[in-house]
Design a protein around this ligand. Structure first.
Ligand SMILES: *Cc1c(COP(=O)(O)O)cnc(C)c1O
Length: 514
């Protein structure tokens, strides 16, 4: 039921009522809309129940195990959220002068410094608002570097085929042509192919490490040497940092630029397309090109002072990537998380993320499932291929994923990476208990048993969710967001909004989101 169906004319919440009774809000008449908006009119309790019920129809980290590979859907401590919502932060005006923002600027400076330490880089800018935008910033800096040296023949970016899909997209968005490098049978970059591909056209290489195959590139130092020797620079996709944070640093591996998905690794969930942040770090060579603004600290008599670094002081910057500083709320959560876990806690995060993945992989393998790289240690995620089950019973990765929903598990990522047929990319994260991991194994085994005895039941899953099979492509391409049913609201409307002629309800509601 959409909320418009619950609407009843003149019904409203107590707080709306107070505004109505006090007369108009203090908005000049010329800014008020002329007709009442067509809004549902419900009581506060009805609104609360409606949205609470809707939220319960979905899966979330708060309610279910969510092993969505590549997304690091771990539990994010509430205290980080509480910190970011402190009124002094959430109520801050983005145009407030630096003299009024010393507190928040001090925290952002602290986050820059912590990320420098974690990535092993010489400088960090926090402004990219997603992992993909961090990648874009990194490759744009590499482009500036070559151009300023007059090295304009370098028009190719090398991307191993085990990279995340955003890597080739980023290179193309920056105007480079993409040259794919194959992966060898053990999941590492094919070094012979890499050596054959580098040359005077090589601007750089983008490496996702750990790769989307869930393994750590064993010859990463050799890769860096080959690319640098050919005059190219190295970009590190650090979105999978959860596996390695505190253990190894991209800077020490010889990389020139890296982005970090703080909305995976540091206290903001990734799924659902909410706000994120993809801070980018660079080595000495790329320092002048970092996107702005950044925060600088100065020692002053009696303490320290923070100020924004802008175009004037950073003339070679690639520029601005957002209207203001980026998604500060997400950055504050990351700051709180890092201060809370500390350096030793961060090691434990990476260790347990890796331990949980390897435990789950070993248990599934022990239960007879085919894992993609059995001879390799998993990082924070790993791949199961249900190709044998698909061949024997006609039950595919999609069917397993849908049936897992009935067992109370959000599904792993499926059919990604494309290098492995019928794959499930499983990332348990460090915040799951051993009991939950065991329950997941039991569910996978039960589904395989059912595939033998009653394959149709698996193929037609899910059976216990509020809705069954959805047409995802249609939902994305032709979303139906227009409420066309009868509407009882909008006629009187809360008087604060309505000034001009009244709207006659029915038939005029097109465009109202439901
Ligand atoms: C999630 C992810 C990205 C992209 O990050 P967004 O914030 O979604 O743009 C890039 N690379 C890898 C390996 C990822 O897992």
């Amino acid at each position: 039921m959409v909320i418009f169906e619950k609407s009843s004319r003149g019904r409203m919440t107590g707080s709306q009522q107070a505004v109505v009774e006090s007369g108009r809000m203090e908005i000049p008449g010329r800014f008020l809309r002329e007709s009442a908006p067509l809004l549902p009119e419900v009581s506060e309790l009805e609104a609360v129940r409606h949205f609470t019920r809707l939220s319960q129809r979905n899966f979330s980290v708060d309610t279910h195990f969510y092993p969505l590979g590549s997304c690091t859907m771990k539990y994010n401590p509430r205290v980080c959220h509480t910190l970011a919502l402190l009124p002094g932060f959430s109520g801050r005006h983005p145009r407030a002068p630096a003299s009024h923002g010393q507190g928040v600027m001090g925290l952002l400076f602290g986050l820059q410094e912590m990320l420098k330490e974690i990535t092993g880089m010489a400088g960090v800018s926090l402004t990219p608002m997603a992992g993909a935008q961090g990648e874009w910033a990194g490759i744009a800096m590499i482009r500036s570097y070559h151009r300023e040296r007059g090295d304009v023949a370098r028009d190719e970016i090398l991307v191993p085929n085990a990279a995340h899909g955003t890597n080739p997209a980023t290179a193309a968005m920056c105007g480079f042509s993409v040259r794919e490098i194959p992966t060898d049978g053990a999941g590492d970059v094919d070094l012979a192919a890499l050596s054959g591909a580098v040359g005077p056209r090589t601007a750089g290489l983008m490496l996702t490490n750990p790769s989307t195959l869930g393994v750590f590139e064993r010859r990463v130092a050799e890769i860096a040497r080959i690319v640098h020797a050919a005059g190219g620079l190295l970009y590190y996709d650090g979105a999978n940092l959860n596996a390695i944070a505190g253990r190894v640093r991209p800077g020490d591996m010889g990389f020139d630029a890296v982005h970090v998905n703080v909305h995976k690794t540091f206290a903001t969930p990734h799924g659902g397309g909410g706000p994120g942040a993809g801070p980018v770090g660079v080595g000495e060579r790329l320092l002048p090109y970092l996107p702005i603004p950044m925060v600088a600290r100065e020692e002053e008599a009696g303490g320290e002072r923070f100020r924004w670094l802008t175009e004037e002081e950073r003339p070679r910057t690639i520029g601005r990537l957002s209207g203001f500083v980026g998604n500060v709320g997400v950055l504050l959560r990351a700051y709180g998380y890092l201060r809370m876990v500390g350096a030793t806690g961060l090691l434990r995060v990476a260790d347990y993320a890796t331990l949980n993945a390897n435990y789950l992989m070993a248990r599934l393998q022990g239960a007879g499932f085919r894992v993609a790289f059995p001879e390799r240690r998993a990082t924070h995620e790993f791949i199961v291929s249900v190709k044998p089950e698909a061949e024997a019973y006609g039950v595919t990765a999609l069917h397993f994923a849908k049936r897992l929903l009935d067992h109370g598990f959000y599904a792993p990522t499926i059919y990604f990476p494309q290098l492995v047929p019928e794959c499930l990319l499983i990332e348990p994260t460090e915040t799951e208990s051993r009991e939950d991991l065991d329950r997941f194994v039991a569910a996978m085994v039960a589904i395989r048993e059912e595939a033998k005895s009653e394959p149709e039941r698996v193929k037609s899953a899910p059976h216990r969710t509020p809705v069954g099979r959805l047409d995802e492509a249609r939902a994305a391409r032709q979303p139906d967001l227009v409420w066309k049913g009868p509407i009882t609201s909008g006629q009187g409307g809360p008087v604060v909004f309505g000034q001009g002629p009244e709207v006659s309800g029915q038939g005029k509601v097109n465009g109202q989101p439901s």
